[in-house]
Design a protein around this ligand. Structure first.
Ligand code: PLP
Length: 431
């Protein structure tokens, strides 16, 4: 499969270069030249397939020319070695739990698939060593660190804001060792992000180190998120109602992957983009005007994005036709008060614990179902509630149990390097 840059359709790349570069040289996002339709028989017989086979069929058109079957199957089975249950919460509402992976975040899937792909290209080729440099406000860092742990030829350097990530998130970043280095930055997330961007543009660094990023703009992190929707469909196929997915959205990579799956033939009728107070897309769906703005902090902080980087991919999927997008996508925005209220309600009525991101997804679905008849809805639970312990316990008024993996993690020793400014980062990378 070839990929083109969304800034310049004449810039064409193969999968390998798209993965290694992240962004095209003109700073455009990569997009596959063709979206393959899967045969109707695949969906009719989906109950016969295992997880890995389903994922293999979904991703094959986009990578298979460049990763041989045997290796691709191995990458997929490493990526998906945990469960993706659809849990019924109440009439017409299910939760797709994406948090059973190693760092309890849905980003585990994309991070592992990207690590497997990049590791494959390094092993077979002459790329040399690569440094994955990322800034994290929380969940990305842990998933990337764990996904890339021990992958030969790759060093991972993660910048996180000191005192601004949760304790669990910090442990997930700082206790791994090996090829993972955590840099604890005296500053906020935006400072981390700024330093990372500066390093990518610093030729003194890039002369001696090959840098790449690992965020959702990378096709190897973005595309495998399709798997969730195929795996959910396998569990939902006997519903006699139309299907809708509600996706708590920040950078819109996850929901865009779901819409790709629909274009490939997955029998899903609609999608709901569930937003917190960062409502750029909600506003766009109301007014057709896309006006990015600075992000505002909320309790569902992995979605605090004012200018979602993947939204341009959704526009492209629908050839920039607003009326076409409207037929498939609805968007709603909710504030923290509504989020906390619904966490409390759903726990009281159904005994189900939502994390703040899943709660926004639930709210979006609830609103959609009020306005549309004949649907069964599924919202995506993108993080385990323990990762947002303080706001969850406060909302539901009880303590929640820590999974064993988290208890063990809290006993491990934290190792990080403190950095105060860009010169410190540069010094580390040049060393
Ligand atoms: C990253 C993240 C999101 C947002 O996903 P996007 O693909 O950026 O829209 C939602 N919930 C959680 C818990 C996340 O970590």
């Amino acid at each position: 499969m070839k990929y083109f840059s969304l800034n310049d359709r004449n810039h064409i790349s193969n999968f390998e270069n798209a993965v290694v570069r992240g962004l095209a040289p003109d700073k455009g996002l990569y997009f596959p030249k063709k979206i393959e339709k899967l045969p109707a028989s695949f969906f009719a017989e989906i109950h016969q397939f295992g997880k890995n086979e389903i994922a293999y069929n979904a991703i094959k058109p986009y990578v298979a020319e460049e990763i041989p079957d045997y290796d691709l199957e191995k990458i997929i089975s490493n990526t998906l070695d945990f469960e993706f249950p659809v849990v019924n919460i109440e009439e017409n509402i299910s939760s797709l739990e994406l948090y059973h992976g190693p760092t309890l975040a849905f980003k585990d899937v994309g991070a592992r698939f990207m690590a497997g792909s990049l590791g494959h290209f390094i092993k077979k080729g002459n790329l040399g060593n690569i440094t994955v440099l990322v800034a994290t406000s929380g969940d990305t860092g842990g998933a990337v660190a764990t996904g890339f742990l021990g992958v030969e030829g790759i060093d991972v350097v993660i910048l996180y804001p000191k005192g601004k990530v949760s304790q669990i998130q910090e442990r997930q970043l700082t206790t791994l060792g090996k090829n993972i280095t955590a840099l604890e930055v005296a500053g906020v997330f935006d400072d981390c992000q700024r330093m990372v961007k500066q390093a990518f543009l610093d030729s003194e660094i890039t002369k001696i180190r090959k840098l790449t990023s690992a965020n959702s703009i990378n096709v190897a992190r973005w595309l495998p998120q399709m798997f969730y929707y195929f795996l959910a469909y396998q569990q939902l196929r006997e519903q006699d109602k139309k299907l809708v997915f509600s996706v708590p959205s920040g950078n819109f990579g996850n929901i865009c992957a779901g819409m790709m799956a629909r274009e490939m033939g997955l029998p899903v009728d609609r999608f709901v983009a569930a937003n917190n107070a960062n409502d750029t897309v909600t506003k766009f769906m109301e007014t057709e005007n896309y006006e990015p703005k600075p992000s505002v902090p909320t309790i569902s902080n992995a979605m605090d994005v004012g200018d979602p980087s993947n939204f341009i991919r959704i526009l492209n999927l629908f050839k920039n036709e607003y009326t076409e997008i409207k037929k498939v996508l609805s968007a709603y925005s909710f504030d923290d008060e509504a989020t906390k209220r619904v966490m409390k309600e759903v726990y009281a009525e159904n005994g189900y614990v939502l994390d703040p991101h899943g709660a926004v997804g639930y709210l979006g679905l609830q609103k959609f179902l009020k306005e549309h008849e004949g649907y069964h809805g599924t919202f995506l639970e993108t993080a385990h509630p323990v990762k947002f312990l303080d706001s969850v316990e406060e909302a539901i008024g009880t303590r929640i149990k820590l999974p064993a993996s988290i208890k063990n993690l809290m006993h491990k020793e934290k190792i990080s390097l403190q950095i105060n400014n860009y010169e410190d980062l540069k010094g580390y990378l040049m060393d």
